[in-house]
Design a protein around this ligand. Sequence first.
Ligand code: MN
Length: 368
Amino acid sequence: MNLDKLQNWLQENGMDVAYVSSPTTINYFTGFITDPEERIFKLFAFKDAEPFLFCPALNYEEAKASAWDGDVIGYLDSEDPWSKIAEEIKKRTKDYQNWAIEKNGLTVAHYQALHAQFPDSDFSKDLSDFIAHIRLFKTESELVKLRKAGEEADFAFQIGFEALRNGVTERAVVSQIEYQLKLQKGVMQTSFDTIVQAGPNAANPHQGPSMNTVKPNELVLFDLGTMHEGYASDSSRTVAYGEPTDKMREIYEVNRTAQQAAIDAAKPGMTASELDGVARKIITDAGYGEYFIHRLGHGIGMEVHEFPSIANGNDVVLEEGMCFSIEPGIYIPGFAGVRIEDCGVLTKEGFKPFTHTSKELKVLPVKE
Ligand code: MN
């Protein structure tokens, strides 16, 4: 159980209370997902008392029915959540001197409200690094969800490729992808705003889809993902709509070779920087190094960007169970952009992708 790891950590670090404030981290420890919007939804764990989940009364019944089998304390909009939290904690334990809090993502307003209830307690210890560290290593049940999310991304590519035709806007292609994901796969949420970019637009890697229309003989870049039971997919493919030029084929093949080389090279024991270097060397040797303007990849899990960062200069050693993307890109301003991305898990035998859409350059027929 993930929560045992947290309780052990509290004991080892001489901490009394853990205040878990990010809904994603709460989901990680409890198996309960919700978006509380501006209301208060928190998890409290102790070194030697029973943990409890604190939530709006609106979410009480779903929290009780969720995978979380610990206590749930609800509050009404007419109640002060912070004094209710303080009361609940004092019922459970006399030890609330030393707190570990999730400094990443905690608002100053919430921190001050909590501090006002426990003016003599120490809130200096950060929980964020510990949480990031344990989330690096995925369990088999997490991998099942990541693979499912990957299957949904593969499905989304097929819808997107099919939707390309003369004059269709990037946004219309996005809407087809997201509509069919909901209709056919029951996907509630994408893991980020779906990216479809045609022609020179793809040279701006994170620009959102526009009213730009798809035209023959362009490359079209797709970057998309879904959330599956709290776990994200993230994958990119670039296709040709109509016959590409020789230069388009060339940058595509250089990028594909670089991506495959990094996938083949990924092994436990190497550093993130070394892995980045495998792809970067191929692109640089081909003369396109200046157009590969981002790191090779990022970790993935409950969030679309987690640790480890697969970047030049990051000497973290890659280990079995880590999940991350391998996504080199070549972006030539005013001309075209190519990115090919798979997320996967690192195992003893190497990198096992969660997405399987072919990476041979696909030349789609022009449709009127
Ligand atoms: Mn990515």
